[in-house]
Design a protein. Sequence first.
Length: 213
Amino acid sequence: MCHGHAVKAFPAPAPAEPFDRTVAGFTWGDPAAEKTIAVLPDIYGCNPFYKGLSTLMAQKGARVHLVDTFYGLGDLPEATREAAFARRNKVDDKSFLDRFEQFCREEQVTGVVGFCLGGLYIFELARRGLSADLIGLYGFPQGLPNEDPLPVPFDYLPEVDQSFTMLVGRDDDSVGRDNIEKLEKMSPEVRAMTLKVYDGVGHNFLYKYLGRI
């Protein structure tokens, strides 16, 4: 499971401004803020966890866009991994990221944070050279199947020039422990990547540090 529930470390989600441009989602914060951050959620979408996170970042002074990766695909019929992946598989990855890149340019996004599926997108945005601070959590360096698939990160990471950070758990069975090990072994060759592997945790480990409600 990825994130879904609110956590004590985040405030209650504040009212947000919906947007529907090249991509869709919700916005918090002052339009004149110095930093503009885009959040790419996991396969469960724009749920209370991410709305609380976005509210917190807005309270810290950022303009925050929580992007609805699954806009137009409907709500999840149930909060299960199977239902979430069934909806995720309808997202055309390359097309979505083309539109997201355009959105980042239009909105002058200075930072992107991606979780799980969004973490995979961070690898790709670094490959594309998006000029922003990029941080991913629990990304998939082996890629994910899709009808409009992205290049496999393992195949291109040593050639990436755009700096990015990836945070993973050593015991992540969703990404695959062997893939985490492979990523860690190749990290010295990946000049652009700052990799942090947390021992004793698996997928979606962030809540262990924040605490569940």
